[in-house]
Ligand binder design. Structure first.
Ligand code: ATP
Length: 215
């Protein structure tokens, strides 16, 4: 089946399923039921069955799902079968943390180039990642076939950097700045505003109290 026909909400849950299935496969398990999966990934089993039904033959439930086939399918769909190089723009506090983080949940995502304007950091290797000047951005992005960039620069220069990234051929941006960036329609943007998330959590706690039951 074509990847594009998986709904976005389902696609968002794939990494979750993938991680758990990999864990199952490592511990030698060959079959898993939607109920078992549901307990661990905290997604209700009806949703899991609906999600899996998009995977054609693989999603047919009989006797539980075949762990290895699902794993192979997810790996392909999530591009885990090939290395994805990612660029990081802005090696400040957050950028540094992301360089250190190393995306342990995935073996095949790595930040392969970082960019900054600070003279004390440009030309150095931070946590195994070379930091380039902005003037090298286009060249490195093309050379390393980078399609995704993480944006951790001050808000005031976010749009300017986005324009440069698009000019360099970037297709997806993970935007950690609090501003909403303008991009052409064919560029995918994920906004990750940590302060916003925390404020939402505080609001929910204050207005709805702690969650008493599992969803
Ligand atoms: P954070 O928001 O990650 O906590 P910080 O407070 O350490 O960051 P910021 O001022 O937000 O620092 O800058 C983040 C990083 O972006 C810094 O390393 C800074 O040098 C870099 N930066 C600033 N301006 C630009 C620019 N125009 N292009 C690229 N990087 C930039």
């Amino acid at each position: 089946m074509k990847e594009q026909s998986i709904p976005k909400a389902t696609a968002k849950r794939l990494p979750l399923y993938y991680r758990y299935l990999r864990f199952l496969a490592d511990s030698g398990k060959t079959k898993v039921s939607s109920t078992e999966l549901s307990e661990v990934v905290k997604v209700d089993s009806a949703t899991i069955r609906r999600d899996f039904s998009y995977f054609g033959e693989l999603g047919k439930r009989g006797y539980g799902y075949d762990v290895e086939s699902l794993l192979n399918f997810f790996a392909k769909t999530l591009s885990e079968d090939r290395l994805t190089n990612v660029a990081l723009i802005g090696v400040g506090n957050l950028g540094n943390a992301l360089l250190k983080y190393g995306f342990h949940q995935s073996n095949n995502i790595r930040i392969s180039a970082a960019f900054d304007i600070r003279e004390d950091i440009v030309g150095r290797i931070v946590d195994g990642v070379p930091v380039y000047p902005l003037s090298d951005m286009k060249e490195q992005i093309k050379l390393q076939q980078i399609e995704i960039a993480i944006l951790t620069v001050p808000s005031s220069v976010a749009q300017d950097n986005v324009n440069k990234l698009i000019d360099a051929g970037i297709k997806g941006i993970m935007n950690f700045t609090p501003i909403r960036i303008n991009t052409p329609h064919d560029i995918q943007v994920q906004n990750v505003d940590l302060t916003n998330e925390l404020q939402t959590l505080i609001y929910f706690l204050n207005h709805y109290g702690p969650k008493l039951e599992k969803q």
